[in-house]
Design a protein around this ligand. Structure first.
Ligand code: SF4
Length: 386
């Protein structure tokens, strides 16, 4: 993992973003004493909603994959175990609350356990699983408005619709900037891009937007062709550090497609034009965002999106990262690997306890990358190494 520590007086925007990414929001009280954060655990909780209340969304990430609080069975993912354990230690005590979205069974159970075992208030939202089903938009809007009411109770004030529009505009501006970084992805070191995108979920959004503005010229200047590096896709849930990306880079690979909750999937999707109805705009954006394995737009929407993106970016190999006990990503890995292999893309399934990759993973990644590099000219069919 990249660890960054730059004295405040020498801190430029790039250092700031890399520090925030490595700190995972843990120093928010000293770094941003005038801001109030609300925790989120999923990209389907609209950040705009939180920001309209003058709050900052903070993606909760565990500081260790080894924690197992008594309230959760050991066969839950380390994300849920680690975050709940930190709550029980009072590490999220300064948050105004935590926003839960019913995505996987683990998150659904965690919100119920949190309500009784945790100290923080929770805001619950149940978005539709079938995002394009008849009535889904209207239903999602009702859920968003229900969350709005819960936030009103927590904060004791009701923002105007204009505050919501402003938050929508700021998020749109951030997504535009992230799209620029994304265009440069294949020309930048993979752990750098991963860190820059993760930072955007861990710090006040207006500061992030400004820092990205300042960093972009430097990124354009640093960008250089990736040469003979193997072109990879990384797909998975949240990754709380850059180890997998750094390992890929060390082994002569380059992540040219990122489909993770802490990476590009969080920002991806069409940039909506503003309409007369901000609630519709808000929900439409989350409906149209390329889906994660817990959501559905149509039977094959996710597979087609990732398959087409992989072909467009000339991906040679896909690393499907599965957090131990994460069922949605484990189920998804089977059809995703098949889809990619049918397009001649090799796949490697990496099961990790958290986001830490060790010696065993290094050996597997090394063999995978070597096989891609060695067989470039002759390899025309995909081959799974799961
Ligand atoms: S989707 Fe997977 S990693 Fe994410 S919370 Fe659910 S079980 Fe954990």
């Amino acid at each position: 993992m990249m660890e960054w520590s730059v004295p405040e007086e020498q801190r430029d925007s790039l250092s700031l973003l890399l520090e925030e990414s490595a700190l995972k929001g843990l120093k928010r009280k000293t770094r941003y004493p005038n801001y109030r954060f609300l925790g989120i655990l999923c990209s389907y909780f609209p950040e705009e909603l939180i920001m309209a209340f003058g709050l900052e969304p903070l993606r909760l990430l565990p500081d260790s994959a080894q924690r197992t609080p008594g309230e959760l069975p050991p066969f839950s993912c380390s994300l849920a175990r680690g975050i709940l354990d930190m709550e029980l230690q009072g590490r999220w005590e300064d948050l105004l609350g935590v926003g839960f979205v019913h995505t996987c069974d683990t998150m659904q159970c965690l919100s119920g356990i949190w309500e009784f075992a945790g100290q923080q208030n929770i805001v619950n939202m149940v978005p539709p699983v079938m995002l394009k089903a008849a009535g889904a938009n209207q239903y999602y809007q009702e859920e968003v408005k229900r969350a709005w009411e819960q936030l009103q109770k927590l904060t004791g004030h009701e923002p105007t619709e204009e505050s919501l529009r402003e938050a929508i505009r700021l998020c749109r501006r951030i997504r535009e900037k992230v799209n620029e970084v994304e265009e440069l992805r294949e020309k930048l070191p993979s752990p750098l891009t991963a860190a820059l995108l993760r930072a955007g979920q861990l710090m006040p959004r207006a500061i992030y937007a400004e820092a990205l503005d300042e960093v972009l010229p430097e990124l354009y200047a640093r960008a250089e062709e990736s040469g003979s590096r193997a072109r990879l896709m990384v797909s998975g849930a949240a990754l709380e550090n850059d180890q997998v990306y750094a390992m890929i880079e060390e082994l002569e690979g380059r992540v040219v497609v990122d489909d993770t909750c802490t990476g590009y999937r969080h920002y991806s999707g069409p940039l909506m034009e503003e309409s007369a109805d901000p609630w519709y705009d808000l929900v439409k954006r989350y409906e149209d965002m390329p889906p994660c394995p817990c959501k559905n737009q149509s039977l094959n929407a996710r597979l087609e999106y990732l398959g087409n993106l992989a072909s467009r970016r000339q991906v040679e190999g896909a690393v499907l990262v599965i957090r131990k006990y994460c069922e949605p990503h484990a189920w998804d890995a089977v059809p995703l690997a098949e889809t990619l292999q049918n397009r001649g893309i090799r796949t490697l399934v990496l099961e990790l306890e958290g986001a830490e990759a060790g010696g065993q993973e290094r050996t597997r990644l090394q063999a995978f990358l070597e096989s891609i590099l060695e067989n470039r000219s002759s390899d025309s069919g995909g081959r799974a190494q799961a």
